[in-house]
Design a protein around this ligand. Structure first.
Ligand SMILES: [Zn+2]
Length: 99
């Protein structure tokens, strides 16, 4: 029995180590990239973060490529697929960044 508990402990530790941010709970549609460990607000945002063809050259986009595609790091370090429309509107009112 002791041996069985030990194996259970090892398995549990392994599952926790699989995540890059084991202390951050993933609620609702939030998720973590198993390859690079970045956090995403939605599975849609995660999909946007991945590029290439399945089984051939599927990979993570660089931070630069993510920013270039309109993605943005939101609150809590969770990336979003695009800035909120309200925020974009506010930027427009305040003069924005001109692009
Ligand atoms: Zn990734």
């Amino acid at each position: 029995m002791v041996y069985g508990n030990f194996l259970f402990f090892i398995n549990l530790s392994f599952l926790l180590l699989m995540r890059a941010n084991p202390t951050i709970p993933l609620r609702k549609d939030r998720n973590e990239c198993p390859s690079c460990g970045l956090l995403f607000r939605s599975s849609y945002a995660f999909d946007k973060h991945r590029t290439g063809r399945y089984g051939i050259d599927r990979r993570c986009k660089s931070i630069e490529a993510m920013l270039a595609s309109g993605m943005e790091e939101g609150s809590g370090g969770f990336w979003i697929s695009a800035p909120l429309l309200a925020r974009r509107g506010l930027k427009g009112i305040l003069g924005g960044e001109g692009h």
